[in-house]
Design a protein around this ligand. Sequence first.
Ligand SMILES: [Zn+2]
Length: 191
Amino acid sequence: MTENEILDIFRKHSALLEGHFELSSGLHSDRYIQCALVLQHPEVAGPLCAELAAKLKHVSATVVAAPALGGVIVSYEVARALGVRSLFTERQDGVMTLRRGFSFRPGEPTLVVEDVITTGGSTRETITAVEQAGGKVVGAGSLIDRSGGKAYLGVPRAALVTLDVKTYNPADCPLCKSGFPAVKPGSRPKE
Ligand SMILES: [Zn+2]
């Protein structure tokens, strides 16, 4: 699948919106991504994650890990495609932690995945949690990298689509200047 074919799948499921948006951070952007709308369809999620798995097969991971909640489905489907197990980290008192009895063999080659990489923060936190638990992170992946490939991860990485999504302070948002009001995704447009 090409990047454009993948973006069309996202558009078709309203998982990629183009226009003028107010993000939950308060910043404005011309694009909004909500992977859950694609991942709710197993027949779509499976092939997309298999595509990501194929790009990362060469790192020879024997387990896939992801930050909950956003990464769980991606981890599970990538792991299914690779024929390995899938687990997740979650925040406990604000710190990304491995819970539920999940464990790694010492030095176990681990792939860390997410749905969308924005700054790479949650992937890096997951890498730290995996390594503290004894795993060795050998690669990272996401369906979408909206940092334009700039987020630092420190390991080999792959994404199905790399986008350079610009965000703006409302005070100097060029979209606001055009007079077209920002929409909060997830809320219904006013009648
Ligand atoms: Zn704006």
